[in-house]
Design a protein around this ligand. Structure first.
Ligand code: PLP
Length: 482
């Protein structure tokens, strides 16, 4: 039954707990009267002054309740006028919670980029905390945090003093140009080097600048899923190339693609080193300006059995090779710093894209790293952990042979931070990974890194991040799971 103006306040019963509580109570009770049809559509509620007086509350309490009901769609309120009911009795407007849950369940129309990225994203079976023998990591416990903290402090002060802006700080580019020339044979002027938050950022940037939907891109199979994802999302037709002992192979008869992604120093995941003959073959068949090569040297700092093979980029005399690097493995992934050496013809385009996508690293960290390198800490850290990781690789290889020689065959990489152990029998690597995770050992199934139908079955095991006693314990656990 509709009620008259004077009666509305008598139907409201407020418990005096707090001002906030009063607003909520008043909102809810007024809403109840409207929904019950006791104040019908088109009716004006009493003014805020009048209702406040009748209820013995502040005018603000009433105003806030009116505003809330107006926001929910029950009232039309305009300044200086009494609010008017806008719904019929029985009509309940969904609350914010219901709207949000409907919004979640409805399907937003995504861009082709996002849709492809979602299709291509790979399931992360990893837990939040790092467990042995998770691959892909160096040992953050060995990082000289105190020295780094001092560099960060100085970097922050220096970044503030100089008026250079945060994009591609000169001191770090100069330090990197020198380091890359002497240790990796990379030929680059400082302006060819972009400083980015990660290697993955470099791949996204290259894809954004070069890929037109439908372009062919070749990647290694099995390979690094982050690369396939970046190029697929941009609309490329990504084809996996088989590997042999010398690394990625060219398939005879296939037309040259727009771009070839490779990890020639330590193939991800197998750790194989691409032979000089194979490098020359890829370079020879890539026409300048037509086929670009992306060389991802994510962990090239770690070589144990021989002198490092110089980069592919250094062999290229025609500006066809992008060289991608990261500090995630050489230092710690918490640093979030990578870099890209860009072929001369594309430097200004890549720089524009870098600024517009916003892939800019913190000036504090860039300056800190320049300091860390200039003071010799970077090379000292590398020398130290290289020895450590070398010993850990050998420890893992020996342990695999001793504890799991019946079921797994280790491929011994000449460098890097992880290795592949192939299943001697069967293909059930994903089931094995599941069992191992439950037992507290994290690995990755080789078959999950395949692009097409998996040809390789085994486990990707990290050794760099784990002390020898941790590796031994993990191997004993693994032995009990097979
Ligand atoms: C082959 C390869 N490239 C690039 C990356 C990504 O490095 P970042 O952490 O700098 O994005 C990884 C990370 O695991 C990798 O394995």
């Amino acid at each position: 039954m509709p009620v008259s103006d004077g009666v509305i306040s008598t139907l409201i019963d407020l418990k005096r707990v707090s001002e906030e509580g009063l607003v909520a109570q008043l909102t809810s009770q007024l809403r109840g009267l409207i929904v019950a049809g006791r104040v019908g559509k088109g009716r004006a509620l009493p003014s805020s002054r009048r209702l406040a007086k009748d209820l013995g509350v502040s005018r603000n309490t009433v105003t806030y309740a009116f505003e809330q009901l107006a926001a929910e769609g029950y009232l039309a309120a305009s300044h200086g006028r009494r609010p008017v009911v806008t719904v019929d009795g029985g009509e309940r407007i969904e609350g914010a919670g219901a709207v949000a849950s409907r919004a979640r369940s409805s399907r937003p129309r995504l861009s082709p980029w996002a849709s492809k990225l979602k299709q291509t994203d790979w399931p992360m079976s990893y837990q939040a905390s790092l467990k042995p023998l998770r691959p892909g990591h160096g040992d953050a416990r060995e990082f000289p945090n105190e020295i780094w903290a001092r560099c960060l402090r100085r970097g922050a002060v220096r970044a503030a003093r100089r008026e250079l802006g945060p994009v591609n700080r000169t001191r770090l580019r100069e330090a990197l140009a020198h380091y890359l020339a002497t240790s990796r044979g990379v030929r680059a002027t400082t302006d060819q080097i972009l400083i980015l938050p990660s290697a993955q950022a470099a791949l996204t940037l290259i894809a954004a600048v070069l890929i037109t939907p439908g372009d062919d891109v070749w990647v290694e199979d099995p390979g690094y899923p982050g690369a396939a994802a970046a190029f697929r999302a941009s609309g490329a037709r990504v084809t996996g190339m088989k590997l042999d002992e010398q690394g990625m192979q060219r398939m005879p008869g296939m037309a040259a693609p727009k771009l070839i992604f490779m990890t020639p120093s330590h193939q991800h995941p197998t750790g194989r080193l691409m032979s000089l003959a194979r490098r020359t073959e890829f370079l020879g068949s890539s026409r300048p300006g037509k086929t670009w090569i992306v060389e991802d040297d994510y962990d090239g700092e770690f070589h144990y059995d021989s002198r490092p093979v110089p980069s592919l980029q250094g062999l290229d005399a025609h500006g066809r090779v992008f060289y991608v690097g990261t500090f995630s493995k050489a230092m710690t992934s918490d640093i979030r710093l990578g870099y890209l050496v860009v072929p001369p013809a594309l430097v200004s385009t890549l720089e524009i894209a870098q600024r517009h996508i916003g892939l800019i690293a913190s000036s504090h960290v860039q300056e800190a790293l320049a300091e860390f390198i200039a003071d010799g800490h970077f090379l000292a850290h590398l020398r130290r952990v290289r020895r450590l990781y070398h010993a850990r690789r050998d420890h893992l290889v020996e342990g695999l042979e001793r504890h799991l020689g019946e079921v797994l065959t280790a491929e011994i990489p000449s460098g890097g931070i992880q290795l592949v152990a192939r299943l001697k029998r069967g293909r059930a690597d994903q089931a094995a990974v599941k069992r191992l995770v439950e037992a507290g050992v994290e690995t990755r199934a080789l078959s999950s890194l395949a692009l097409g139908r998996p040809r390789d079955h085994g486990l990707l095991l990290g050794f760099a991040a784990w002390r020898e006693n941790e590796i031994s314990a993990a191997l004993r656990t693994m032995a009990s799971c097979f």
